[in-house]
Design a protein around this ligand. Structure first.
Ligand SMILES: Cc1cc2nc3c(=O)[nH]c(=O)nc-3n(C[C@H](O)[C@H](O)[C@H](O)COP(=O)(O)OP(=O)(O)OC[C@H]3O[C@@H](n4cnc5c(N)ncnc54)[C@H](O)[C@@H]3O)c2cc1C
Length: 451
């Protein structure tokens, strides 16, 4: 049932430009506060870099995503818009599991209160020598003692060296974790941001360290529900509409779709990626404080096998070794998440610039061969079909001491939102969601002051 709000003198009209998770988060927060939101999205599909794409007559994601229990803002927003998170997300304890039979490890945190879950996981871990376990325990206790903070940032590789981490632990645990979380290789990744991610996973209460895998496509998970929530509160969703320009006048903020079509709003949230945000801001200010970032790609390869083809666990880490033609870092058995995807596997290659050079067909063939060998299932070498999606600008390179600006601009009624803004986290759904909420709160605070 539509809940059209009563338009009081405190109700404002707000344009949100960009319907990724940051824009959707800002729009939901503003709509919940009673403001009338128009959400503009240049694509036909909501969700930005975390969206559904149609493939082989089904909706799959533009990239396999994973959330953490520590994603408090994302999880709160999902609940706000009516998502039953227990059904929409498969909740698994923190784990790093390699397929049995390959040179890997099996690390699963049991459902015990922190830090017992970590201690028990360490004691039980298969594939790690005593020296690896001691190094991991030392890392965790030293990082905790340092409150997961560094005086000055350095690379993850340097941090691991300083913490005397063993070669095996780096190969099986730290390197894959760093690439998965920061989408940046340890040699170039920020140790400070890595520590903050670890604080909220390895170092956190058990529920925060849980790994959550979407069972539904990413557009259905949040942006679609957010759109319904916004419309029920008198807002409008405009897809297929790229905003070309914004301008400020006495009447308010003019948001232009082209030379002739525009709308006026009391306030604007620019929730596009950084490059587009800088262009839109340049229309109204000389003082554009958004830096130029370097980017890292992520490739996801979907491989369809006959129905009933199953892994023993919903996902596994894989030994990636590009020199040996093994590019895959994680494999997900989508059939264990969604019955309609029986036999469908998703293989993730983060920081994938060299893998992309192979070309999609050769990469898919290499990943299928890697699965067949790592999982000791020869039939996996010959999928029924395969498809690679490469997002060239998946995330910014999360390098040491990277400057990430704030949501504010010189105008109180113009804010920015996105995963690239100042955050404890690297580019993630959670940094996008937190930024969207922060941008919305800044506007609400200004509206209250201007009453
Ligand atoms: C393949 C892949 C895998 C990932 N895996 C994970 C993961 O496992 N866990 C995790 O937490 N994060 C992951 N991420 C990162 C996460 O997806 C992003 O950090 C997050 O989606 C960014 O959201 P955003 O709203 O800041 O930006 P975006 O999603 O880029 O949204 C910006 C939106 O603005 C729109 N837009 C641009 N210009 C205009 C304009 N002029 N007018 C109107 N609209 C415009 C765009 O179309 C887009 O929809 C992954 C990303 C990728 C690509």
């Amino acid at each position: 049932m539509a809940e059209i709000p009563h338009r009081s003198s405190t109700t404002r009209t707000v344009a949100v430009i960009g319907a990724g998770w940051a824009g959707c988060a800002a729009a939901v927060e503003l709509a919940a506060a009673g403001h009338i939101v128009t959400l503009f999205e240049s694509s036909r599909t909501l969700g930005g870099r975390a969206r559904a794409v149609e493939m082989q007559a089904q909706l799959l994601d533009n990239g396999q995503h994973i959330l953490l229990g520590a994603y408090t803002t994302s999880l709160r927003l999902l609940k706000t818009v009516g998502v039953a998170t227990d059904e929409a997300l498969l909740r698994l304890p923190l784990q790093m599991r390699y397929p049995a039979g390959c040179d890997g490890m099996d690390f699963v945190a049991p459902r015990l209160p922190a830090p017992l879950h970590l201690i028990a996981a360490l004691l039980r871990a298969r594939g790690l020598a005593g020296s690896d376990k001691i190094a991991l325990a030392r890392f965790s206790s030293t990082a905790r003692w340092m409150d997961w903070r560094l005086d000055s940032d350095c690379s993850v590789s340097e941090l691991l060296q300083r913490f005397d981490q063993t070669e095996r632990l780096i190969k099986l645990m730290w390197r894959p974790l760093c690439i998965a979380a920061l989408n940046t290789p340890p040699e170039r990744a920020s140790a400070q941001i890595f520590l903050k991610v670890l604080r909220d996973s390895l170092g956190a209460q058990r529920a925060a360290s849980d790994m959550l895998i979407p069972r539904v496509d990413l557009t259905a998970l949040f942006p679609q529900q957010a759109a319904t929530f916004i419309k029920q509160r008198g807002g409008t969703i405009k897809t297929g509409m790229a905003i070309q320009k914004i301008a400020v006048s006495n009447a308010g903020w003019r948001v232009m779709q082209n030379e002739t079509e525009s709308d006026i709003f009391d306030a604007v949230v620019i929730a596009t990626p950084a490059t587009q945000a800088a262009c839109l801001l340049a229309d109204v200010t000389m003082d554009v404080s958004i830096p130029t970032f370097d980017y890292e790609p992520i490739s996801t390869c979907y491989l369809q096998y006959p129905a009933g083809t199953r892994l023993a666990a919903p996902f596994y880490a894989l030994n990636d070794d590009p020199d040996a033609g093994c590019w895959g870092q994680f494999v997900f058995d989508r059939g264990q998440l969604n019955a309609a995807q029986d036999g469908l596997f998703a293989v993730v290659v983060s920081a994938s610039s060299t893998a992309i050079e192979l070309g999609h067909d050769a990469l898919a063939a290499a990943l299928a061969a890697q699965l067949a060998s790592a999982l000791q299932m020869p039939q996996l070498a010959s999928p029924l079909w395969s498809r690679v999606i490469s997002e060239k600008r998946a995330t910014f390179s999360c390098t040491p001491a990277l400057h990430r600006p704030e949501e504010t601009t010189e105008f109180p009624h113009l804010v920015v939102a996105g995963d690239y803004l100042a955050s404890d986290y690297p580019a993630t759904l959670e940094s996008a969601a937190r930024s969207g909420v922060k941008a919305a709160k800044l506007l609400c605070a200004h509206f209250t002051l201007a009453k």
